[in-house]
Design a protein around this ligand. Structure first.
Ligand code: ADP
Ligand code: MG
Length: 344
């Protein structure tokens, strides 16, 4: 059933520029370029792309931890781009952020019990006994017995630490959680446990997730919809199965084709990306992917493509898909051919 409810979180034409990090650089880094995303209540939106493409910047803006240079952020239909003070503090209870490395976000001098109790204490929730009970319940929920409350972060394994990082973010019962590469630092064997924990917590607590990762398998496993990011722009968005079965942007095709066969949809020709990720500060105008795209033609350097709808809920930003070219353009058939598909 289609839902007509307003999205829980909405980013509208978000821009973010950073001052250059080194003195030898003069141009600003345009880390995020006109990103618009709607996140529906209760869903997991995956955000995937190579390192440095701007995923964390989008995530931090969505969590209201970082102010955009342009565009607006809406939460439950209200513009929260510029809220401050008490309103912002209240908002912080509803929106949480989980970092890739919980070691960096968990104060090493605090016990696990104190780390978990702190958000409650800071917000003056419950008395000490009630808070302690809540802490023990949360520990049990993640499979750690009560004795763990007296341990320190360094006494835990990476997976245990990330479980603590996740429930710590949930202590205040948030609605929306940005998960920034939450399993990227963990062994593959531990990743599935954490992803399953995230899924069951989401069901129990009706959470909405923005799940950031550079790993397509991980994103495939956890997401309802997926947005693909390249050099500051979203280039494709679709329901998860649609995206992996019918990747339509040449960049998404290259990413999906590099997934080992049993995970991708059928046998496909591997599309190897040529060239390096261009310097985001140097790229001006046109499609950001053009310097590595094997289909690029003159129009790609001249203008940034608009969104085209490939199927319902599946949109792509690529000139190959522009309406005026549809039907007449052989490149479209080439896209399907290069996507591999069934080999018919
Ligand atoms: P991702 O999470 O996809 O790896 P980021 O959002 O961290 O990407 O970074 C996007 C771009 O912005 C990169 O080129 C990065 O070097 C740059 N960047 C990120 N944070 C800063 C900062 N605080 N100052 C300057 N440049 C930054
Ligand atoms: Mg990042």
């Amino acid at each position: 059933m289609p839902s007509y409810e307003a999205p829980l979180v909405e980013l509208k034409r978000i821009e973010k520029s950073y001052a250059p990090r080194t003195a030898t650089r003069s141009r600003k880094v345009r880390a995020v370029r006109g990103v618009s995303l709607s996140i529906r209540r209760g869903e997991t939106l995956g955000l995937v792309g190579e390192s440095g493409c701007g995923k964390s910047t989008v995530g931090r803006i969505a969590a209201r931890l970082l102010e955009p240079s342009g565009g607006t952020l809406h939460y439950q239909g209200t513009d929260i781009t510029n809220v401050r003070g008490k309103t912002l503090r209240r908002l912080r209870q509803h929106i949480q952020y989980v970092f890739q490395d919980p070691y960096a976000s968990l104060n090493p001098r605090f016990t696990i019990g104190r780390l978990l109790e702190e958000p409650l204490k800071y917000n003056r929730i419950g008395n000490r006994r009630e808070r302690q009970r809540e802490v023990v319940e949360m520990l049990e929920r993640i499979g750690l017995d009560a004795a763990y409350k007296d341990r320190y972060p360094h006494e835990l394994s990476g997976g245990q630490r990330q479980r603590v990082g996740i429930v710590r973010a949930l202590m205040l019962n948030p609605e929306f959680v940005v998960l920034d590469e939450p399993v990227s630092a963990l062994d593959v064997s531990v990743q599935a446990q954490i992803l399953n924990l995230l899924k069951s917590l989401q069901d129990e607590r009706s959470l909405t997730y923005l799940f950031i990762s550079h790993d397509l398998n991980v994103v495939h496993y956890i997401s309802d919809r997926v947005a693909v990011m390249y050099l500051g722009s979203i280039v494709e968005i679709a329901d998860v199965h649609d995206l992996y079965e019918r990747p339509s942007h040449p960049y998404t095709q290259a990413l999906v084709s590099s997934i080992p066969a049993e995970r991708g949809a059928g046998k496909r020709e591997s599309v190897i990306l040529s060239g390096d990720l261009p310097d985001p500060a140097a790229l001006i105008g046109g499609c950001p992917f053009r310097t590595r795209c094997r289909h690029a033609f003159d129009r790609c350097a001249a203008e940034m493509p608009d969104w085209s709808e490939v199927a319902e809920g599946h949109a792509v930003r690529c000139h190959l898909w522009n309406e005026e070219q549809a039907g007449t353009d052989v490149r479209q058939t080439e896209i399907f051919a290069s996507a591999g598909g069934t080999g018919l």
